[in-house]
Ligand binder design. Structure first.
Ligand code: ATP
Ligand code: MG
Length: 570
């Protein structure tokens, strides 16, 4: 797989008008031909077994986007056919995340709403001699499947009489048969070149209570026996999913066609399944099973840990819905699997926040700077532009005083090479304030710099004629007295390898980046941030984009780095 990153530089918002993706083109064509009484109906069908991730956002933008664009409807359907892994916590989280992304469903459905109808359909298939109960183990059934070029072998239970099948199917649902002891299989064709037709399992036994239907059911339909039928019951016209389901499509059609014979009242049409490439991102693991493991083992703080690729994690990290939608729009939909450079996602949020985030000053790794010729006790309020990209955002004031903090890395006593920041004898500008020149330092016994001394030029205050004097560096700063203490959480990629899903390791946890979270306890932020609300987003000037973490309180401000100002991985 190649990594697609060539579009990083182009800028997402300025993308030229794109041609329709193939799915949209197909929908348009169906409308032009007057299919489905000119209706467009889609669904987004998550299984409530985890939180939504950025990959799901790609599916959501497609499912809801197509419906919006063609005056159709998109419903939310929970594909809740495996109670052992599902939970209402996930149902609620999924709803919240879809709405946060900016979409609204027309109705909410659950595959479990159709358990009775699906049961009746299965019984009808049994009666027609098209389904049978198999009592072999999963391993034995798998062994008989054959290979794509070699026919499978019939199960010894394949020609069980209808009456016996009906009785055993009832038994499967009684709660008295252990899990795995028997399954219901469709009797189709053990020699079909499409392996999915080789008597697929359509019902299995699960005793774990269901989060909606409780203990009513013990026999549960498999994905292939629930998905297409659910689409048909609801009137879905276009069932859009990811490429791995392409090989399932003939079976999807087969079941819907059998169902149409039995339940013509549900409409004389067949939903059209179409598949696009899933989203895979570098340095990211997208499997819900693995994400669950990270949560359960405490390797992250929860599903909304800001390092997680979940929508809840991205939200907490400071990502905007706009950035995610722009990203999805930029990568597009194709028929080819690819690995997308996570830098593209980062670029999208940087671009959105550049346009919308208020600029403030924060010093993450502070060292004291004393302006020795500035009067003690004096304070000046300096005017700071909130966003140079958007004049309407106005200005705010930042207090300047004799004692300031600057970033430790902005000072070098004996600079090597070109160093345009603070160093003895060199003038630098303090953003929105004065030009200053370093005159000396104070060190502790270990040689660490404790204080830096400088003198300011009173004629160089921002806005004065002398302020135009050429200096090479501009530093950010906060006042010691007026700034507030803060904790700042610096995030890096959760995995240290480019394509963790492709790594051949026994334990994917070995691939975790040990430096994915660095906590800075000593940061100082300007007083303007005293009333910042959780999730509010800012640019810390010269550093990056940050938001207020949900852990933040009035007494202890906590910020997350959403993304650095520039892509410094390149
Ligand atoms: P996972 O493999 O991460 O557990 P899933 O496919 O089992 O995900 P579902 O809840 O079944 O998750 O997915 C709901 C919808 O989202 C499906 O239509 C699925 O195709 C789509 N989807 C899931 N992952 C991605 C992805 N990485 N890119 C695009 N669409 C995705
Ligand atoms: Mg799934």
């Amino acid at each position: 797989m190649t990594i697609e990153n060539s579009i990083v530089e182009e800028g997402l918002a300025s993308a030229p008008e794109k041609s329709l993706n193939f799915i949209e083109a197909n929908v348009k064509e169906d409308l032009a031909e007057g299919k489905n009484d000119n209706r467009v109906q889609t669904r987004f069908p998550p299984e409530p077994n985890g939180y939504l991730h950025i990959g799901h956002a790609k599916a959501i933008c497609m499912d809801f986007g197509i419906a919006q664009k063609y005056d159709g409807v998109c419903n939310l359907r929970f594909d809740d056919t495996n109670p052992s892994k599902e939970d209402v916590e996930y149902v609620d989280a999924i709803k919240e995340d879809i709405q946060w992304l900016g979409f609204n469903w027309k109705d909410i459905y659950f595959a479990s709403d159709y358990f009775q109808k699906l049961w009746e359909f299965a019984v009808a298939l049994i009666k027609e001699g098209k389904a049978y109960i198999d009592e072999q183990s999963a391993e034995d059934i798998a062994k008989q499947k054959g290979t794509p070029t070699q026919a499978g072998t019939d199960s010894p239970y394949r020609s069980r009489p209808v009456e016996e099948n009906l009785k055993l199917f009832e038994a499967m649902n009684s709660g008295e048969i252990p899990e795995g002891a028997m399954v219901l299989r469709a009797k189709i064709d053990m020699a079909n070149p499409n392996m999915h037709f080789r008597d697929p399992i359509i019902y299995r036994i699960i005793h774990h209570p269901h989060h909606r239907t409780g203990k009513t059911w013990h026999a549960y339909p498999m994905y292939d026996f629930a998905h297409g039928q659910s689409d048909y019951f609801e009137g879905v016209t276009h069932s859009i999913c990811t490429l791995e389901f392409e090989v399932h499509r003939p079976l999807y059609d087969w079941f819907v066609d059998r169902l149409k014979d039995i339940r013509p009242e549900d409409g004389n049409y067949r939903p059209r399944q179409m598949e696009f490439n899933r989203l895979n991102l570098t340095y990211t693991m997208m499997s819900k099973r693995k994400l669950l493991q990270l949560v359960q083992e405490g390797l992250v703080s929860g599903w909304d840990d800001p390092r997680m690729p979940t929508l809840a994690g991205l939200r907490r990290r400071g990502y905007t819905p706009t950035a995610i939608r722009n990203f999805v729009d930029k990568i597009g939909y194709t028929k080819f699997e690819a690995l997308i450079d996570v830098a593209l996602l980062e670029h999208a949020v940087r671009e959105d926040l550049n346009a919308t985030a208020k600029r403030v000053s924060a010093v993450i790794d502070p060292v004291k700077l004393i302006i020795t010729n500035y009067p003690e006790g004096k304070t000046e309020l300096m005017e700071a532009v909130n966003n140079p990209e958007d004049e309407s955002m106005g200005t705010h004031q930042i207090a300047f005083a004799r004692e300031l903090y600057i970033e430790r890395e902005d000072f070098m006593e004996n600079p090597v090479g070109k160093f345009f920041r603070m160093t003895p004898g060199q003038e630098v500008r303090l953003k929105n304030a004065y030009i200053v020149k370093c005159t000396g330092v104070k060190k502790d016994a270990g040689g660490n710099i404790e204080e830096i001394y400088a003198e300011y030029d009173p004629e160089t205050k921002s806005g004065m004629p002398e302020s135009n004097r050429k200096v090479k560096g501009t530093l950010h700063w906060v006042s010691v007295e007026h700034s507030l203490p803060a904790e700042v959480r610096l995030y890096d990629r959760l995995f240290s390898v480019e394509n963790p899903a492709a790594e051949d390791t026994a334990d994917f946890r070995e691939l975790l980046n040990p430096d994915s979270l660095i906590i800075k306890q000593e940061a100082r932020v300007e007083a303007e941030l005293a009333n910042a609300k959780p999730l509010e987003r800012f640019q810390f000037q010269r550093i990056g984009y940050f938001n207020v973490d949900t852990d933040s309180t009035k007494d202890k401000l906590v910020f997350n780095r959403t993304v650095s100002l520039k892509d410094n991985k390149k």
